[in-house]
Design a protein around this ligand. Structure first.
Ligand code: PNS
Length: 159
């Protein structure tokens, strides 16, 4: 079985993530969307909330499952017989950091990272941008699914 992981913070999931997950799911028997810790970021939503949002917005993809992990990504891959890490690349600015992570992960475990070009319509999109806009009452309805938009509105209102 060909199994891949789409790892990330997903705080929250955006249409950019969903596009990559959907396209990855066409190339593997199973794709696990794994919510992992990024020690350089603080989060708006709990891991349980993020998992729920991912489940709700990828439920149309039968070979996609959702999980979380609090250790190294390569250890998750080893424990779950995952052969590939799939990541979206938005722009050259992503590349340096993503290449470093891919090389460290390859060296440490032999797990391959496959980069997919983000669709041009999503090339500017990030969870951080979505949170910033939502914080100031900006319209993010073209960037996240309706359920995520509602969750964002509640959270920035302090609920
Ligand atoms: O969505 P993000 O925040 O860009 O995702 C980054 C993430 C969570 C995939 C990365 O920080 C990660 O893999 N964290 C798990 C810990 C780990 O394996 N770190 C070493 C990477 S070389």
């Amino acid at each position: 079985m060909r199994r891949a992981v789409c790892p990330g913070s997903f705080d929250p999931i955006t249409y950019g993530h969903i596009d990559i997950i959907a396209r990855a799911s066409a190339h593997f028997d199973e794709v696990v969307v794994a919510v992992l810790e990024n020690r350089t970021k603080s989060s708006l939503f709990t891991v349980a909330e993020r998992i729920e949002m991912i489940r709700a917005t990828t439920s149309n993809l039968p070979n996609v499952t959702v999980d979380s992990w609090s250790g190294l990504l390569v250890d998750y891959c080893k424990s779950n017989s995952i052969q590939a890490i799939v990541k979206g690349l938005r722009a050259v600015t992503d590349f340096d950091y993503e290449l470093q992570m891919a090389q460290v992960n390859l060296q440490g475990s032999g797990v391959e990272t496959m980069f997919m070009a983000t669709a041009p319509t999503h090339s500017f999109l990030s969870s951080s941008l979505v949170k910033e806009l939502a914080h100031y009452g900006g319209d993010v309805s073209t960037m996240v699914p309706p359920s995520v938009n509602e969750a964002l509105k509640l959270r920035v209102a302090g609920k």
